[in-house]
Design a protein around this ligand. Structure first.
Ligand code: GRF
Length: 202
């Protein structure tokens, strides 16, 4: 299946997707970053994957940025749009256009801790477990139906950094697995709150 991956940073999730692309039946047509300095762009180049920058700072509005992003994506006619550490909120127009095709990975056990600083929030709340979630993207920020999660225990003395490192390692296992479900046609978004795996509501 043809896909486009959107990133903003280091791209370690992108790397795990690249490394598993054959096994998960994914052909990455292009990697797009909204940040010129994103290390993930180098990872794409090293893997001979087309990559481009659409710098959000060069646009006057979120709408204008999203129009440019949509037109870059549409050059590749992807069947899946993968948000792998893409740190921009997408407009309703974008979401409507690709609804049901966009997967995101988020570093918390959603619905806990949408948004930023999730690791610190889990530590501050004295949680004993934390983790990562893959979900369909809908208009609600980090609020689309959760498809699968991986749990990570929080250890005494964990900092946001040490916890984030352990969560990331689990993300690298979780995301390719869920993308494979999608490329095999096993995953569907029914509506803003419901997704199915093999026809069963998740
Ligand atoms: C990951 O923790 C992901 O869940 C979050 O941003 C981080 C991106 O890391 N959305 P990387 O760029 O994939 O290394």
């Amino acid at each position: 299946m043809n896909g486009v991956v959107l990133i903003s940073g280091g791209g370690s999730n992108l790397q795990s997707i690249i490394d598993n692309a054959d096994e998960i039946d994914l052909s990455i047509q292009c990697v797009i970053s909204n940040k010129p300095s994103a290390y993930g762009l180098k990872r794409a180049a090293q893997a001979n994957i087309q990559n481009c920058i659409i710098d959000h700072q060069l646009f006057d509005s979120r709408q204008d940025f999203d129009v440019a992003l949509m037109s870059a994506i549409d050059e590749y006619q992807p069947e899946i749009v993968i948000l792998a550490g893409f740190m921009r909120i997408l407009s309703d127009k974008f979401i409507n256009k690709y609804q049901g095709k966009v997967l995101n990975i988020h570093p918390s056990l959603l619905p806990k801790y949408p948004g930023l600083n999730t690791h610190q929030k889990a530590i501050d709340a004295n949680d004993s477990v934390h983790g990562a979630s893959v979900h369909f993207v809908t208009k609600m920020l980090d609020g689309g139906p959760v498809i699968a999660q991986k749990q990570v225990e929080i250890n005494t003395g964990d900092s946001a950094k040490t916890l984030a490192e352990r969560v990331l390692r689990q993300e690298h296992v979780l995301f390719p697995k869920v993308i494979h479900w999608y490329t095999r046609g096993r995953l569907k978004l029914l509506n803003d709150t419901t997704a199915t795996l093999d026809g069963q509501v998740i």
